[in-house]
Write a protein that binds this ligand. Structure first.
Ligand code: NAD
Length: 435
């Protein structure tokens, strides 16, 4: 099939490369010229395991091209997939301006009947109706097109695996023919397909992310209570997860969720509910709990030292989770900002996210070239992301390198037994402090 993807970000690029690798002819369009130039050379502008070699292969096999030209991208496409960003507006609702301008460009370039326009971006229920209007307003002739919602569930860090081996593909289309064609497009992925209405498909994405965020805030609250009453959250979560009605996933206590999806999508769902006068109290609490959880380690550090002013801190891990360079809404950034506000000199380290962090933190912090740069001679060490290279470190080594070995581990990377054998004052989440 001739498929066009609009937006070469985490979702659009991975989707494009995977569709090309199962023999579709794919054009990916982005308005960001530098990104498109890099992609034409087979260089991925994002860090995603396995992506770059697969991209190079598709270019070599002539299955994939990149462009900034809407005419070239849209006029012959059988299927056009919208994968542009839908960031949060100030009030938390979804900013649809990228979707609108992409839809208008598509409308202006449609030159044949039967194109299916698919929304993969996460958009509020009802957006596909707006997209239809934005396209129609720009059509240069009486062309007929179909619409579908096909929300994306990939996780950064395992995006290619998730595309080929996901739990489900959700298709909400406005005609049976469009639904059948989209099912055919996905067939090589061998993932179960669920057909729904467009509105249900749009809601499945928000409801899924909101539910996962709820699980995270729930276990973090149980962790906070364990810290005060006694109990070890690892054992508690294990015991809960053995119940098949609960399941073991998403029960890791830590410093909260981040990334480009959960914070934005939970806020958007609260706003969406508010628009129809429904106060989504449960989700509002989930969001509040997460905001507190992100800086909970700094509170522990303040209690430990009395005052943080004039101290030196290392922060290991900046990406919102391992195996990605995405720092959007990462707990690490909140921790760094809080430390700086309290007069702490901060040195950060991340294996792949330093460039992205620099664009947010600028010269307010020092950047370690090696992870030891964030540990050596520091008064305190924060672990914000559970990268494998941090987990294989030994607390004994950390103790030797630090001035006052105080470790605030937001991802429970080390066992309490190991901490007890060292001179490190060790604080983690939902487990007793070792001091
Ligand atoms: P991103 O910010 O990484 O990429 C978006 C891309 O769209 C950028 O490259 C940008 O230059 C481009 N763009 C913006 N306006 C454009 C326009 N008018 N025409 C063409 N290109 C345009 O975003 P992302 O993380 O890939 O997310 C895209 C959508 O998918 C969002 O709605 C997001 O919520 C959803 N989603 C993301 C993930 C994820 O893990 N990142 C997972 C599931 C769903």
């Amino acid at each position: 099939m001739n498929i066009t993807i609009i937006g070469a970000g985490y979702v659009g690029l991975v989707t494009g490369v995977c569709l090309a690798s199962v023999n579709h002819d794919v054009i990916v369009l982005d308005i960001h010229e530098k990104k498109v130039d890099l992609l034409k050379q087979g260089i991925s502008p994002i860090y995603e395991p396995g992506l770059e070699p697969l991209l190079k292969q598709q270019l070599q096999d002539h299955k994939m091209t990149f462009t900034t030209d809407y005419h070239e991208a849209c006029n012959q496409a059988e299927i056009i997939i919208l994968a542009v960003g839908t960031p949060s507006k100030q009030d938390g609702s979804s900013d649809l301006s990228f979707i609108k301008s992409a839809a208008e460009e598509i409308g202006a370039q449609l030159m044949k009947n039967g194109t299916i326009i698919v929304t993969k971006s996460t958009v509020p229920v009802g957006t596909n109706k707006k997209i239809k209007g934005w396209i129609q307003n720009r059509l240069s002739g009486p062309y007929h097109f179909s619409l579908a919602s096909n929300p994306e569930f990939l996780r950064e860090g395992s995006a290619i695996h998730d595309t080929f081996d996901g739990d489900r593909i959700v298709i909400g289309a406005d005609s049976q023919a469009a639904a059948a064609k989209l099912e055919e497009m996905h067939r090589p992925f061998n993932v179960p397909v669920l057909h729904t209405s467009i509105e249900s498909a749009e809601m499945i994405k928000y409801a899924s992310n909101a539910f996962l965020a709820t699980k995270i805030s729930f276990i973090n609250e149980i962790a906070n209570i364990c810290e005060k009453l006694g109990g070890n959250i690892e054992d508690v979560a294990h015991g809960m997860g053995m119940d098949s009605r609960i399941g073991p996933h998403f029960l890791q206590a830590g410093i909260g969720y981040g990334g480009s999806c959960f914070p934005k999508d939970t806020n958007a769902l609260v706003q969406l509910a508010g628009d129809i006068d429904h106060k989504f109290e449960l989700l509002e609490s989930v969001i509040k709990v997460n905001a507190k959880q992100q800086v909970s380690l700094v509170n522990k550090a303040r209690e430990h030292f009395g005052s943080l002013s004039g101290k030196k801190a290392g922060v290991l891990g900046l990406s919102f989770k391992p195996n990605t360079d995405d720092i959007r809404e990462a707990a690490s950034i909140e921790i760094v900002k809080q430390l700086l506000a309290e007069g702490v000199a901060v040195t950060v380290y991340d294996p792949v996210a330093i460039d992205n962090a620099r664009s947010v933190l600028g010269e307010s912090v020092s950047y370690g070239e090696h992870l030891f740069d964030s540990i050596e001679d520091q008064d305190m060490l924060f672990i914000a992301t559970e990268w494998e290279e941090f987990k294989v470190l030994r607390l004994k080594t950390i103790a030797k390198l630090m001035k006052n070995p105080a470790v605030f581990d937001g991802r429970n990377c080390f066992s309490l037994e190991e901490a007890k054998e060292t001179t490190v004052d060790y604080y983690s989440v939902g487990r007793p402090a070792v001091i």
